[in-house]
Design a protein around this ligand. Sequence first.
Ligand code: HEM
Length: 597
Amino acid sequence: MSTTLSDKVVRWASAHPILAAFFALVLVVTLYLGWKEATRGPSVLAGLPGPQRTSFLLGFSRDNKKKFGAKNPTAADREPIIGDDGADITDVPGVATARMYDDYGSDHLVFPRPIGGELLLTRDAATMSHVLNDTYNYQRSSAGTKATKMIIGDGVVAVFGDEHKKQRKMLSPAFSVDSLKALMPVFTNSTNQMMDRFAKDTSLEKRWGKDVKDSVKWFGRVTLDIIGHAGFDYDFGAVEQGPNGLAVRSTFHDAMTSTMNVSPIDAIVGAFMFFVVPSLLYILPLTDNVRKLREMRSELIKVSQKIVQAKAAQIRKELEAGVDAKETFAGKKDILHLLMRANMSPELRPEDRLSDSVLAGQIVTFIFAGHETTATTMSWCTFFLALDLEYQSKLRSEIQDALRALGKDGDSISDLTWADLNSDAMRPLDQCIQETLRLRPPVTTTFRYATKDDNLPVTTPLKTKDGRTLSSIPVAAGTEIAISVTSNNMDPKYFGPETHRFRPDRWNHLPELHAKSKLPSPYGSFVFNGGPKVCIGNKFAMTEMKIILIRVLAKYRIESVEGLKYKSVEAVVQRPTVIGYEKEGSQLPLRFVNDPL
Ligand code: HEM
């Protein structure tokens, strides 16, 4: 019998040598990791609460998961959490984890991971800030860094410590308030173009009814165009569907749709490749979804190399002609130009210069970090507004009052200034976006890895399972930490009652602990993370989103479409989909009724 089985295995392996080599490698790495975990000393985290390990191999069993409502909507012990749409929102990314903290009555949990590993989860603002502020100790795991570099290259997101400091210093002037003020015409021009196309789009009317348009499609296109123009003076033409826009936006759409429809084999292959041997991702064409991700990456690399070469030639000409850097920014207004001028400055020490591959990496980083984050946030914002027509009507009249007070007309906002957007009169719109980000942060969890032993501060001393009181948590080098952004956002200690509901007004009367904990400013939550690696594009994002939303809300009343139910799926960022149509990828069809202010 065993001979027959081994014969079969040998025959199968001879017929599929690449797959056989791959599975052999998986087996060896699994055994090695298992041995490493099994021979590790006792865990310093052992006294903290958290779900029981049920399997050395798998960590946390499916039955326990059901209890927190992560997977099975019919599990007997699953209490629904009713969201603003009247449906159970336990499956919204991050919400089941928030419930787990509540169930254990702790802001720090230990979560058993596969092959004996463990993960420290925290939603405590003091612990989160400490980890995010120390980019020398707390970094991405080496597999996480490799995987990030494989996908977005050597840009600023991928690096930590001194290399991060160097890149961030070069990039910061390009994201200053002065630069953003200079970029205002770029934001408004692309928005005007989108508004024009948006009004004419009737492509969904046959399917879903009159005035129905897809928020995801239009916000995705306009934000890609904006990052193209503002980031590197490149016309993706996504709103107009030019050839560049089609290629990049559609490979993006294909790749992201594939990450939303992950099969169990994709999950195993993907996790193995990403976290164990990321370079295999680009050698083995194992699954269709991995192939799509690869296509997206090569399309982005092609575009970014073209952009860097063209820009370098342009700057060389400027330098030869003695054109002043400030002058060119005032005329060209793009972030890469500013960065590359600084990088080519004769005063810069050679060791501080960024290489061409790092520059190209910044482009891919901007496209990744600055396009779908804002697009999905604006889409979720229209979703919440469609669910609460009373609040929407109040917000629209507040915007109208603000525009009137500023002497501006909602239909021609080309002359809205930075000061207008950031005036007190526009505060309600800020709060609407902040509340959207609180409930649907694009990045729900951030993972960090301790490179040396440390003591993590906590807001209030905590009790261990064996009755000790800890005023800090000792962590050993090699501990992986999950910063639960959604769970902090849903914690009533920081954000007041009914944190699962969309209540923009909460930002006017937050609990004292919110201010005391110094949640990252100016947006008052961890949605842009915090510390030296806080999202460099946060003001860029808020400016662009406010301009676009003012235009949309000045013209349209937004309503949901009868019969359609929406849900959130996490695929790089959390995205809206229509229940029953998940295979079509992210979309958010809503009714935009012409009703100008
Ligand atoms: C709603 C919009 C946005 C959200 C919620 C957001 C969120 C984040 C988060 C959570 C990080 C930290 C990632 C990590 O360290 O693992 C990050 C980093 C970053 N974001 Fe954003 N982002 C947004 C928009 C933008 C925009 C518009 C840009 C560019 C124009 C941008 C550029 C970046 C860059 C370059 C980094 C890396 C910063 C560093 O490592 O120093 N982001 N963002």
